[in-house]
Design a protein around this ligand. Sequence first.
Ligand code: GRF
Length: 235
Amino acid sequence: MTPHPVSAESSPDSTPSLVSPSVPLNVRKEDVPLKLGIMASGNGSNFEAVASAIAQGQLNAQIQVLIYNNPEAKVAARAANWAVPAVLLNHRDFQHREDFDRQIVQTLRQYEVEWVVMAGWMRLVTPVLIDAFPDQIINIHPSLLPSFWGVRGVEQALDAGVKITGCTVHIVSLEVDSGPILLQAAVPVLPEDTPETLHARIQVQEHRILPPAIALATIRAKKERPDQMSGSRDS
Ligand code: GRF
């Protein structure tokens, strides 16, 4: 697919950007809704973006459950607003990462989740989770991977002095912030940027690319593993 330039928009929280590949917003209309489980640790603006895209008919999916790991996370209130069941699994209650991930898998299964979206999930995951949902876990990261993976991706970009950064949605594999890339958006770094101002503009793009990237992941999976894909009775 050909990348398409996105023209400058007048809103101050939006700058010229490039989103690639270009995908129609309303893909998968003909399919049965995807059953999503969202994992988040904090504010949850990406949770909100997915819920809004679904409500606006831009993504044919339903959020079966939100799993959050921080009792203070604002994302819990967002889930309540959207009437999405929210389950708090506090990693501090588990001695080993694997035990924590086993509980996550059990919860996702209990809510009949097919695709998992890590939308600001600030914990490392283990093969327990990845093997339970092979190639069906999606992550969003605030840099143009493979640059600036790991924590503080926005600060890393500023420290490196790059003039363009952005965000990436990818399929999760075991190494942190790696795995096949689904969609990226580029965001210019402005001379006066602070981590906060730059992150805010990156988040505008995150909200824009996460919903179509979820759809793209399912299209990709259907092509590669047509027999294993549920939620796609039309194939
Ligand atoms: C996003 O910038 C995402 O890329 C990163 O964590 C942040 C979560 O933001 N992984 P929010 O909680 O969705 O607002």
